[in-house]
Design a protein around this ligand. Structure first.
Ligand code: PMV
Length: 332
């Protein structure tokens, strides 16, 4: 913490994006932002958000800047309201957030952004919260953000409590226990047309397969948890692809359809299948956007990245290791 903003104490934090191996899509409670199904993710150290924040009695509302531009503080204010309530303060906050990757484009900038914000706001408010409490607060801003509170392999529970008190994330396995790599194929630099929140609402209201997805989720999650804990790469990868394709099937059967992919997305999927045939074990997964994340072991990451950048439409191939959880930092 340092006091470099007049009288105001600026707190800085960093958090990393995550990618779900077992996806969630849909809400059990929209108002409390409780996911309809549990999920399992890995935190990625190559997709980072740095945030600085101070509370200021002179502000009339929360102010958010993302990558230098003024942005809607709607999600951030949901988190800040909870922090203010807990701390018994009423000041609004000025938040400055910087991503080292394209925001709003399906690379989970809301996960890293809201996780970084939650940790910084709790620090600035002088709250000492457990990581579980931080994850519950972060979840209110963006459910995937609950997972970015932690590093490595993480599980987010849907829970059953009406108030969402048992819908929290927790670590499943440390990154060092199974140091997988992810090669991120960035196929679009601009924000997506339909946000995850809007998309999920549309799906639950119109896809004929939504109920089946919710019913199947606990067993899919159990299978994924077992595969991860057994460090069974083939099983983990196959289940991740299945979860991804099941989620995109829901999106495609939403009315009107949600088609997040572009031609390069499909080319990258074909590449993954070809590489597997050639003996390079790797698996794809895709969130609500056209970007593809390829799960692999470290010895294959460079080869995969080199093949990716040959595909026209792949703007960048970024190799990521598994990252740490959100934390406070002292330097910008
Ligand atoms: O919680 P949100 O609004 O960031 O939505 C995340 C949705 C997916 O990324 C598509 C799936 C997931 O489990 O992360």
């Amino acid at each position: 913490m340092d006091a470099n903003n007049g009288e105001k104490s600026t707190v800085r934090s960093v958090a990393y994006s995550n990618i779900a191996l077992a996806k969630y899509w849909g809400k059990r409670d929209s108002k409390l932002n409780i996911p309809a199904v549990g999920s399992i993710s890995i935190t990625l150290d190559a997709l980072e958000t740095k945030t600085s924040l101070y509370f200021d009695s002179n502000l009339d509302c929360d102010e958010l800047k993302v990558d230098g531009n003024a942005a809607s503080p709607k999600k951030a204010s949901r988190v800040l309201d909870l922090i203010r309530d807990r701390a018994g303060i009423s000041d609004f906050a000025a938040v400055n957030s910087r991503n080292d990757f394209p925001g709003g484009a399906g690379l989970a900038s809301s996960a890293s952004g809201i996780a970084a914000l939650t940790v910084a706001a709790a620090g600035a408010a002088g709250l000492e919260l457990t990581e579980r409490e931080l994850s519950i607060i972060a979840r209110r801003g963006s459910a995937s953000a609950a997972r970015s509170i932690f590093g490595g392999f993480v599980e987010l529970h849907t829970g059953t409590a009406r108030d969402g008190s048992d819908s929290f994330a927790e670590p499943l396995m440390a990154a060092s226990d199974w140091p997988l790599n992810v090669v991120v194929a960035i196929t679009q630099l601009t924000p997506k047309a339909t946000s995850s929140t809007e998309g999920m609402l549309a799906t639950s209201g119109s896809s004929p397969f939504y109920q089946t997805w919710v019913e199947n989720a606990p067993s899919a999650l159990d299978e994924m948890r077992s595969a991860v804990l057994a460090k069974d790469f083939q099983k983990t990868g196959e289940l991740a692809e299945r979860s991804c394709l099941a989620m995109h099937s829901l999106m495609l059967t939403t009315n009107p359809p949600l088609i997040y992919w572009n031609p390069a997305t499909l080319e990258v999927i074909q590449l993954v299948l070809r590489l597997r045939n050639e003996g390079v074990e790797c698996y794809f997964t895709i969130d609500a956007g056209p970007q593809v994340k390829i799960l692999c072991e470290s010895q294959n990451a460079s080869r995969i990245a080199l093949e990716l950048i040959e595909i026209s439409g792949v703007e960048e191939a970024r190799i990521s290791e598994l990252g740490p959880g959100a934390h406070l930092v002292t330097k910008p």
